[in-house]
Design a binder for this molecule. Structure first.
Ligand code: GLN
Ligand code: ZN
Length: 780
């Protein structure tokens, strides 16, 4: 059949029962699928709206898969990942492959519509939950499993993608999520541990391996990123991660009919014990992330000497150009540790934009430092050529890489002496505000707020008028002055609405912000905003993370004008809205030439200057949002305390420059604090608003348990749904909250920003919120 090369057929002796596939030299762990110009997003969304039919959606999907496979082949890779396509998410695809889709969705007859029902819900069906994929900004759908789940193989998708690639004549390697990762990331609906069903699930993987072998797959890649975390150690009670990995892959490799197995680990270091356990099994290849993991770990595992080591030396999740000389040297040291070494990316390039080609605004220096997915494919190929003895053939690529990277360390934007000196001189004093009790008294005197003050989280609905104005400014249809006029008129409307509703602390509504991170990144030196650098966040949602490449300088105030304008139109206090340093960092591509902590502190200094300017302009309340505080938590438990220390310090550096009379708020987008609970108290914000609509009491109890004594605004209704909460409902939440928190500390607010909602439902909901606060408010 067409994907067996002559060399391969020669290697496959007719009587072998287990796999004998030729080693590959160059590959990637996986690729993006949304399309270089988000073609898949558009095709899916128009299918959802009923504007196009299933056949045209499938045609777009097939053409994107073909483009990707041909692109990888043409870049010089000799093993091409397939089954990395998805209409929504690879964990959902895996649940379907294993026959483990939550039973409620069987109510939907059509297969594709059932798939989308699981992803997005329908009028009757709640969708699967969504959560972060490890420490990336991709979000997966969480499979729901129970002791009743009847696992069975559905190989339709993987077989179709394999056959499609065979037709293109590329050497295709199906990629599937491994059983350990699938079970460890799933959620149980009946308190059973999904991992207890591992034997049943492995039977399905056994079937899958046989099916893939029959279909002619020489290799299969099985992804086990969970092996670089402590998740198994924390949940599997009796076994270590290494034991689980060893027994699962021993069983799978014992299959008599199967492709060669490549177990891929990524996003960190699996550790020597896990690598040794995998090496002791019959799998043929093991993948390691050498950007976020370590070559020393590999060198310390003698058992790898019988394996193909797939070395992830090209960063799959950040946008920096690879230092080819350094990477080649690292690959060279690995040669002694393995039977053979293949070059790869550290993980799937799902997490980086497609190509630098459309970025016409890049200056030559900056362009030279970057590699998006297409450029990374070439880097992999060049390194494989050099590693296999033909460095001369690719000498130009090495010269170009070295020349480009040399400008990085000398570019004046990368090292700004004034920023570095200022940061070096920061003292603990600058991270510490006055006593919180004294602050409370000073702020009360200044602001004179009632008990249970009412407020919102910042944004109001981003109407089409707002989006049109932004587009018109970008296309040159209107000038800055006209844009400013339109934004001010939006602010006028939002202030008028809030006064009419009777809210106590107003906001300007954030009409000028397309995105809470990009808005600030665009105004700070050291950041670059791409034109087309889209990456999938979830489903059809994409984001364009800014690139932090240099030292951070705030040339001018960023939000002061809008907020002071809003304050000038009302006698009520207007709360100024800023994004915190940890969140700006978490939602950007960050520099790799200094610790994240230093980058966070540089951003913190810029935010600090902004808070001081706001204070000087007479603003008495400033909110610094940190919805991503929990998102940057490292994958390993041992690394968490150090992260939380610097994250908290960066927030404090941003906010401790103001007087006691200035009230600092923060906002967090989750209600289960877990490991970050102590850190939230350490932020020492005067008021913390949190998502709590689903479990208000737990949040408050958690905070009480650690002695949290500052103001708190547990969200009293869920803004993620258009439903208008009744006054009675909000009143009941507030009465319940008052059981846990004294009235002096309780704030009343929705649980997140309102930008995705409509004007009518927002006004109705907030009217009920104000009425509820008045009904509950004790007479002072
Ligand atoms: N201030 C932001 C807003 O209201 C907060 C957004 C967020 O919580 N992610 O939109
Ligand atoms: Zn939020």
């Amino acid at each position: 059949n067409s994907w067996n090369t002559p060399q391969e057929q020669q290697h496959m002796s007719s009587d072998t029962t287990t796999a004998q596939a030729p080693d590959f030299l160059a590959t990637v762990g996986g690729t993006a699928r949304i399309g270089a110009n988000r073609e898949l997003k558009r095709a899916i969304e128009s299918y959802w709206k009923g504007q196009t039919d299933r056949a045209s959606l499938e045609a777009v999907a097939a053409s994107l898969r073909g483009e990707t496979a041909r692109g990888l082949r043409d870049a010089g890779l000799d093993s091409i990942p397939v089954n990395t396509f998805s209409y929504y998410d690879q964990m959902l695809d895996t649940a379907i492959m294993l026959g483990a889709l939550a039973p409620r969705f069987s109510a939907v007859d059509d297969e594709l519509d059932r798939y989308f029902a699981a992803a997005r819900g329908t009028a009757e069906l709640t969708p699967l939950e969504m959560t972060k994929w490890f420490d990336t900004n991709y979000h997966y759908l969480v499979p729901e499993l129970s002791t009743e789940t009847a696992y069975s193989l559905n190989a339709t998708k993987v077989l179709a993608e394999l056959a499609e690639a065979a037709n293109l004549g590329v050497d295709a390697r199906p990629v599937i999520i491994g059983p350990i990762t699938f079970l460890a990331l799933a959620k149980s609906t009946d308190d059973s541990n999904p991992l207890d069903r591992i034997d049943d699930v492995l039977s399905v993987y056994d079937d899958l391996l046989a099916t893939l072998a029959q279909a002619g797959a020489a290799w299969v890649q099985i992804d086990e990123p969970v092996l670089v975390t402590d998740i198994i150690a924390d949940t599997a009670e009796l076994s270590t991660t290494a034991e689980v990995a060893g027994s699962v892959y021993q069983r799978l490799s014992n299959n008599t009919e199967r492709p060669a197995i490549f177990v891929n680990t990524y996003f960190g270091d699996p550790g020597a014990d896990v690598l040794a356990a995998l090496a002791a099994t019959g799998v043929e290849a093991i993948g390691v992330d050498l950007v976020y993991g370590s070559a020393d770990t590999v060198a310390s595992v003698p058992g790898l000497s019988t394996k193909l080591l797939v070395a992830g030396v090209v960063n799959g999740r950040n946008i920096w150009r690879t230092d080819l000389d350094a990477a080649l040297a690292a690959l060279g040291t690995l040669l002694g540790s393995a039977r053979a070494v293949a070059v790869s990316t550290s993980c799937s390039t799902l997490h980086v934009p497609y190509s630098l080609a459309p970025e016409t605004d890049l200056d030559d220096n900056l362009r030279g430092w970057l590699a998006f997915a297409a450029e990374k494919f070439t880097e992999v190929s060049v390194l494989a050529t050099a590693l296999n003895g033909s460095r001369d053939a690719v000498a130009d690529a090495f010269t170009a890489s070295a020349a480009a990277l040399a400008t990085r360390s000398t570019d004046p934007r990368v090292h700004v002496a004034a920023v570095r000196e200022r940061l070096a001189a920061v003292t603990d004093d600058q991270l510490t505000r006055g006593d919180s009790g004294a602050r409370f008294a000073a702020q009360q005197e200044r602001l004179g707020l009632p008990l249970l003050p009412t407020t919102t989280i910042g944004s109001y609905p981003q109407t089409s008028a707002i989006r049109n104005a932004r587009a018109a400014l970008r296309s040159g249809q209107i000038d800055d002055a006209e844009y400013t006029r339109r934004m001010k008129s939006e602010i006028d409307d939002v202030i008028a609405l809030q006064e009419d509703l009777g809210l106590d602390v107003l906001v300007h509504g954030e009409p000028e912000r397309n995105d809470m991170v990009q808005y600030f990144a665009e105004q700070l030196d050291g950041f670059f905003a791409t034109q087309n650098g889209w990456v999938q966040s979830y489903g059809t949602r994409c984001v364009r993370p800014p690139i932090l490449f240099g030292d951070v300088v705030r040339p001018t105030p960023m939000a002061v004008d809008w907020i002071t304008y809003a304050q000038s139109t009302t006698t009520k206090p207007v709360k100024g809205m800023l994004t915190g340093p940890v969140t700006i960092l978490a939602w950007s591509f960050v520099r790799d030439d200094q610790p994240e902590k230093d980058s966070a502190n540089q951003i913190a200094l810029a935010i600090r200057d902004e808070t001081i300017d706001l204070q000087r302009a007479g603003i008495g309340i400033i909110q610094v949002d940190e919805p991503a505080l929990r998102e940057l938590l490292p994958l390993r438990d041992a690394d968490k305390p150090a992260y939380l220390r610097w994250a908290v310090d960066a927030f404090r550096l941003s906010t401790a420059g103001v007087e006691d009379t200035t009230q600092i708020h923060t906002h967090l987008c989750y209600s289960e604090f877990g490991e970050v609970i102590g850190a939230i108290a350490d932020l020492d914000a005067d008021v913390t608003s949190i998502e709590a609509a689903r479990s208000a009491m737990e949040v408050l109890d958690d905070l009480n348990a650690i002695g949290f004594a500052n103001g708190v605004g547990p969200g009293v209704y869920d803004i993620h749904s258009p439903r208008v909460p009744s006054t009675e409902e909000i009143t009941a939440s507030l009465r319940a909250a008052l059981q846990a928190v004294p009235a002096q500390r309780l704030w009343v607010n929705p649980d997140c920003g309102l930008k995705t909602r409509g004007n009518t439902e927002v006004a109705a909901s907030l009217r009920n919120l104000v009425a509820a606060a008045k009904a509950v408010r004790p007479v002072a």
